[in-house]
Design a binder for this molecule. Structure first.
Ligand code: PBG
Length: 328
């Protein structure tokens, strides 16, 4: 009796057979490319904590989108940095504010050939840097006062031409508020991609540089989720589903693959994962030191996201990944 009978290595003996038995694949249609449009910038400004990432001036926002479009990436996710900030984030919903303007230009250029997703949050627009209206005496982030503002921002994005609205502020009831604002204004067909399980994560550090959205007091732990919790993610997500979310999201990515797995199993809905700024910067830093192979590293991290159950990956590596996929 030869031993062992079961030899797992039989199916690992060459690339062709490996491809035949491969369970998960990455495709360019999985990718969403996030970028920052800065109303103050007159040229591309490098983000020092995220090598290869820029703040794009409005007049180059179409070029930023074109880079993704030419690589056949189906969607971009836009963040805005406004010219000026105030306590109530009033530059988040004006017809010619930064995101609205960028969306209008990008849609005018690419029409139906590129999906424009807009991040909907107040933190880039408030001078205190929090994701909502704040009681300045108590420093409380006021949930219910924030909801109508989120509705207003959503409608302004949709009017500018946004294809998908992606609220990331973690206010309770935000999906319902945004859904009804959109519906009341004739946008009942605009989908909502909810940042449904968004953790209060240290991995957002470099983003706060990039989007100039650091806060002047406290942190976001009173509204974003505790990294120690997993059942809570199911409950958070359940509420968003009931309120009308079309696409769910887990954020950050790699440290939260267990959550991705659970949410996919539980809800069987389209699911995005966000490989956040800190994950990107860690790979960049290690690669720069020669400690990791950059390409293999982001490839492996993304295939693990697919394996966990993600359908879509929001990543600052989207262009590099798409370029690799087009070589194959
Ligand atoms: C806005 C928002 C943040 C990120 C996406 N949307 C920052 C935050 O919540 O602090 C982080 C993205 C990243 O780190 O790449 N609320």
């Amino acid at each position: 009796m030869p031993f062992p009978v079961n030899r797992m290595r039989r199916l690992r003996s060459g690339n062709l057979i490996k491809e035949m038995v491969r369970e998960n694949t990455l495709s360019v249609s999985d990718l969403i490319y996030p970028f920052f449009v800065d109303e103050n910038a007159t040229k591309k400004v490098p983000v020092s904590s995220m090598p290869g990432v820029f703040r794009w001036p409005l007049n180059l926002s179409v070029d930023a989108a074109r880079e993704a479009f030419e690589l056949k990436i189906p969607a971009v996710l836009i963040f805005g940095i406004p010219k000026s900030k105030d306590a109530k984030g009033t530059h988040s919903y004006g017809e010619s504010d930064v995101v609205q303007e960028a969306v209008r230009r990008i849609k005018a250029e690419f029409g139906d050939k590129l999906l424009v997703v807009t991040d909907l949050c107040m933190c880039e627009y408030t001078d205190h840097g929090h994701c909502g209206i704040v009681d300045m005496k108590t420093h409380e982030i006021l949930n219910d006062e924030t909801l109508p503002v989120l509705g207003k921002i959503a409608v302004s994005h949709a009017k500018a031409g946004a294809d998908i609205i992606a609220p990331s502020g973690m206010m309770d009831g935000m999906i319902a508020a945004i859904r009804s604002a959109l519906d009341e204004n004739g946008f009942s067909n605009t989908p909502i991609m909810s940042y449904s399980s968004k953790y209060a994560s240290v991995f957002y550090g470099p983003f706060r540089d990039a989007a100039d959205s650091g806060f002047c007091f406290g942190d976001r732990a009173s509204y974003q989720m505790d990294p120690a919790n997993s059942d809570e993610a199911v409950r958070e997500t359940q509420l968003d589903v009931e309120e009308g979310a079309d696409i769910l999201m887990v954020k950050p990515g790699m440290p939260y693959l267990d959550i991705v797995f659970r949410i996919k199993q539980e809800f069987k809905m389209p699911l995005a994962i966000y490989q956040v700024s800190g994950e990107y910067s860690m790979i960049k830093a290690a690669a720069k030191n020669g400690w990791l192979d950059e390409e293999k590293c982001f490839h492996e991290s993304m295939i693990s996201m697919k394996r966990a159950g993600a359908d879509m990956i929001i990543t600052y590596y989207a262009k590099e990944m798409a370029a690799i996929l087009s070589r194959k």
